[in-house]
Structures are given as C-alpha cells and as structure tokens.
Design a protein around this ligand. Structure first.
Ligand code: ADP
Ligand code: MG
Length: 592
C-alpha cells in the first residue's frame, strides 16, 4: 500500500514501518477526508500530519494548545529538515509578521499556532494567501466542553474552513470519550464522520486499587518490591516534598518534583531520572512532559486524581517498553470526599472571580480600559494571597475568566529557552574572533539548529555548554550579553504562567460570567468525577474493562490480573492455582 508514502517515511524519519493507525490516517488525509485520529500517547500522531504535507506539498496549519508543545514540535520537525515555524505570545510582532509572511509565500511546510491566534488581524490578513493543504488540530479534545481540558478558542477553528474549503481537517487526540468524539467532528465541521482509532489497551499494565488507611506502609511495600523505576503521583507540592523526605528516611532513594521548585533543581532531578541514577520520583502532575523513560515499572497514585482521563494518562507512563508494569492507586476512607472538595473548589463563585481579577489588576497596575493583548506573568501564591483565597481557587478563577473570553492563561511549566539569531554570518564570525566564548556560544546555537533562523528556536543551555565546552552559567551569561548587544533575541526559560488580556481591562465589579455556562461546566466536571469515584468503589468489574469502556472502547475478556479480577477468581476458586504465585506477589505489594 502506498509505496511512495513509505519512501517519504524512510527519507525524512529513517523508519521502515508505520506504527498502528498511522498509515490508515495518512491514507484518509491524502484522499482529502476529514479525519479524527484517536491514537494513544506516544503512538506517533505528529507524523500523521507531517508526512502527508511533505508528500503532497503545501502548508499544514497546526493548531496546538501549549507553547511548550509547539516549540518542541518545531524543533523536532526542523531537525529532520522540515521547514517549520510557529507564532506564539512572547514573540515580537515583527517576527510574528515575518513568520506569517513566510507561510503565505510558501516558504514553510508547517505553521504552528495557538487557537487564540486565529482571530488576530495579522493572521486573518494573510490566511487567504496561505497555500494550505491540511489543517491539523492537535490535542483536539480541547474543543469539547465535555473534555477535561476545554479551551474555548478551539471552537473558532472551524472559521478557517470556508477560507480554505479544499483543505481537509485532521484532528488528533489521545483521550476522547464518545461525547468528545462527537463534539470534535461536529465543531470542526467534518464533511463526513470519520474516526481512525487503535486500541487503548495496555495489557502490560496491571491496574490495582489498594484500599486502606496506612498509605505510607503500603507505598513502602510496593516500592521495596517492585524492580526498576517508579513514579509516585501526589496532588500537592507540599505532599511531594514531605513524602519524598519520608521515603528517603525509609531508605528509598527518591526526589520530589513539582512546579514550585527552582528550575535548576528540577532540571537536576529530571537529568538524574533520565540517566537512570534516580529510581523514584515523587511528583505532581507537572512531571510528565518530556520525561519519557520507557522502563517505568510502577506508577503509584498516593491519592486518586479527579478524573479517569488524567488517571489513565499518568498511569500509562508505566510499561512503555511493553514489559509487565503496575499502576496502583492508594485510596483511604477520606479520599472520595477530598476529590469532591477539590472538584467543588474548581468552581469559584462570581465574587471570588472578581476578587482575583481585582488583585491581578492591582499587582500589575493595569488601568481600567487598558492592557488589551498585553501579557503578564502570574505568581499564583501572591495572587491568591492578595485576593484572600486559596491558591487552587485562584487558578480556577483565572480559568473561568479564560472560558469567559476575558483572558488567556498560558502554562508556565517547561516553557524552554528560545533564541533567534539576528546578526548575519559576518558579524558572527567577527564576534567569534573578538570573544572566544561568545563566538563559541553563537556557533553552537547556529550549528544546533542547522542554520535555520526564521524564528525563535528552542535552545538547551546544557547542550550549548557541552558543545562550546564552557559551563552552563557562562553560556547563560553570554546569551544575555548577546541579547543586550542585539545580536540575538534570547528568552530564558519561563516558569510562571502568563495571563494575556483579550479585552481592555474591565472593572472587576462589572465582570459578568454567565451563570448557566458556569453551571454547565460544573455539571460536566461532576460527571467526570463520578466516573473516577466509581473506579474507586467496591465492584467486581475488571478494571481494564471499566477504563476502556469509559473511553468508549468495547473491551473483550476481563484482564484477569487487576485486583478485582484476582478477588473474583479467588471467590470462584477457579484458576487460582496457576495464578497463586502472582497473586501472592501482588497481595504483598498492597498489604491486603
Ligand atoms: P503522540 O503525539 O502520538 O504522543 P509523537 O508524535 O510525539 O506521539 O511521537 C512519539 C515518538 O514516536 C516520536 O519520538 C516519534 O519519532 C516516534 N515515531 C513516530 N512514528 C514512528 C514510526 N513509524 N516508527 C518509529 N517511531 C515512530
Ligand atoms: Mg502529540
């Protein structure tokens, strides 16, 4: 099938075969069909829009929700010789214009942009001239209010379609329930329904919920008995610090990881984890992106998350190498109530939203009626303190304002450093002569990126340090100096989330959020929460079956290895003998 497509695969990526689902998606795209690709994380979804674009020419617009994801994709695409660019907040308007113009002139194959960008004049003005052959919507579940990560701006994507009616839409996601699948196709104005999916089954993972009060003892048992590396997920930063200290005290070599830590400390933990010297990380959900180590043997949730989408995503980091792995949830009597409280706190009152917005305006001294399209860093703790409410509630108040179209909240964690070279080659060569270190850094930036300078590129200070044989601190100092000299544009790693106002600053007292919109959102979050609670409740249904059914997959036979299957078998006395060894092991794990 499609032998020439395979040669493109070989030519650019060096792969000989497609992963499950990829070829089918690509065939649909090349045939001009609107397509929803529902493939698990790590399945290789990016290739599904990149390859057809290279194959048939033209420009692929890629809508993506997170700056970090965009930068990562641009960097990866460029590294294999695909002409890619991105426009995002934080870039100067002239470099945004340049990139958009490159796209309009046919100089790019991929253009990444956030959904908010669609409404801007700069983009709208060039959109009709762009040679668009495909519109790819990454993380497409963000379009649905039923999804767990709703981004209102996603609903504007369909506005692109009448401008380029011949370009098909490819929506990509790893998590979608039946409702979300329906929403994605409807809201992106699919010409005909068309879903390509592969199974989300993870037969190598044994799912286990361990009920009981002494979580620490049970966790220690699990960690002492599982070979290989583990991730322990907690809900709060403080818990991560405390639990890591406890575990260390009990002889488990581990480290905490959360967004409240220093950047350098986080990098250190991540590097040790990646190199295999650190067997266990106690982390909040900030630990996820870019940590792909395939030999994780167990993922343990110290307490259950709010919904099964997040749970399956996090648990799914176990056993990527296909070898047996475990996903445990530790649950005590108080947990279901705590989940309820957390979900409730996700819905601040209108009065609380107003307080947060007032505090935000005061901190940044934004005069009423000003600030349109300006971006401001937010320190959530400071904001919550000034508003006199809990940090979690403050975050959710900002999210409510985002849903309301008042502002955009961009994630802060893991926004990598970016550099754009402004100087020409001759200047680089000159500065190389004048200052050896500076020249070396410039040269490293240049060669790390194959000489492609049409926009900001991601740089890793550590990598540059290795390449130019000086310390990381010296690299950072040189980059700052080069920025000051206007030879490069350097944006160092950014960890604070940013708020960008989409309207001139309104008066807090006059802010209005439609009560029915708030109620609808709450209703949906409560439904997702109930699915999580039912996963924790006593039941006889196989866990794998319950999880797959939640993601609208028709599961086949029971997995036979989760805690419920084992308990059921024990009752029935059936195949207990042969499983005895394993069960004993698992009982040991959980102390049941
Ligand atoms: P997803 O978006 O589905 O989570 P990515 O597109 O980020 O996944 O790809 C995950 C990894 O899989 C990448 O490192 C990519 O290079 C690799 N990959 C994609 N397709 C193939 C393939 N056909 N053969 C081998 N590796 C692949
Ligand atoms: Mg992806």
């Amino acid at each position: 099938m499609l032998p020439d497509v395979r040669s493109t695969l070989k030519q650019f990526w060096g792969f000989d075969t497609f992963r499950p689902g990829q070829e089918e998606v690509i065939e649909h795209v090349l045939a001009g069909h609107d397509t929803l690709a529902l493939l698990p994380t790590g399945a290789g979804k990016s290739l599904c829009y990149q390859l057809p674009t290279l194959h048939q020419g033209g420009l692929c617009l890629v809508i993506s929700p997170l700056i970090a994801l965009m930068l990562d994709q641009v960097d990866r695409a460029r590294s294999i010789g695909i002409k890619a660019g991105a426009v995002m907040s934080g870039m100067t308007s002239s470099s945004i214009e340049n990139t958009l113009e490159d796209a309009a002139q046919g100089r790019l194959s991929l253009l990444f942009l956030s959904p908010e960008r669609i409404g801007t004049e700069l983009f709208q003005g060039r959109l009709p001239r762009m040679p668009i052959s495909l519109i790819a919507v990454d993380e497409a579940h963000c379009i649905s209010q039923w999804g767990y990560d709703f981004r209102p701006a996603y609903q504007r994507i369909s506005e692109l379609r009448p401008v380029h009616p011949e370009a098909p839409v490819l929506a990509l996601t790893a998590t979608a329930t039946a409702r979300v699948v329906e929403d994605i196709q409807r809201l992106l104005a699919f010409r005909a329904p068309n879903v390509v999916r592969t199974s989300f089954r993870r037969p190598e993972i044994t799912f286990w919920v361990s009920h009981g009060e002494d979580k620490l003892a049970r966790l220690l048992k699990i960690l002492n008995r599982t070979q290989g590396s583990s991730i322990v997920y907690v809900q709060q930063r403080r818990t991560a610090d405390q639990l890591a200290a406890h575990l260390e005290h009990h002889g488990i070599h581990c480290a905490a990881y959360h967004a409240g830590m220093d950047r350098s400390e986080r990098d250190r933990v991540q590097a040790e984890w990646a190199s295999g010297t650190l067997p266990c990380v106690v982390a909040t959900n900030a630990f996820g992106m870019g940590i792909d180590r395939s030999d994780v043997r167990s993922v343990i949730h110290w307490s259950p998350p709010n919904d099964l989408e997040s749970y399956y995503q996090e648990a799914g980091r176990a056993g990527r190498d296909g070898k047996p792995a475990f996903a445990f949830v530790l649950c005590d009597g108080a947990d279901p109530e705590l989940i309820r409280e957390r979900v409730e706190a996700g819905f601040p009152s209108l009065a609380e939203v107003r307080k947060v917005f007032q505090a935000f305006s005061n901190i940044h001294r934004i005069a009423s009626g000003s600030g349109l399209h300006e971006s401001y860093p937010v320190h959530l703790n400071e904001l919550a303190g000034k508003a006199g409410i809990r940090t979690g509630t403050a975050l959710h108040a900002l999210k409510a304002l985002e849903l309301n179209g008042t502002l955009v909240l961009s994630e802060g964690v893991h926004t990598p450093s970016r550099v754009q070279i402004k100087a020409d080659h001759a200047t680089i060569m000159r500065s190389r002569k004048n200052d050896k270190c500076m020249g070396a850094v410039l040269e490293a930036v240049r060669s790390a990126h194959g000489g492609l300078f049409e926009g900001l590129v991601i740089v890793e200070e550590e990598r540059l340090a290795r390449m130019s044989a000086i310390s990381v601190q010296e690299v950072v100092d040189r980059l700052k100096e080069l920025h000051r000299l206007d030879l490069i544009h350097y944006r160092s790693r950014d960890d604070d989330p940013q708020v960008t106002l989409l309207v001139p600053r309104p008066d807090a007292a006059a802010l209005y959020l439609a009560p029915e919109a708030l109620a609808l959102r709450k209703d949906r979050a409560l439904k997702r929460m109930r699915a999580m609670l039912s996963y924790l409740a006593p039941d006889v249904r196989c866990r794998e079956q319950e999880l797959l059914a939640y993601f609208s997959e028709v599961p086949k036979e029971a997995c036979g290895q989760c805690d419920r299957c084992v308990a059921r078998k024990r009752k029935e006395g059936g195949s207990l003998e042969q499983d005895m060894e394993r069960i004993r092991w698992e009982m040991d794990q959980t102390g049941t």
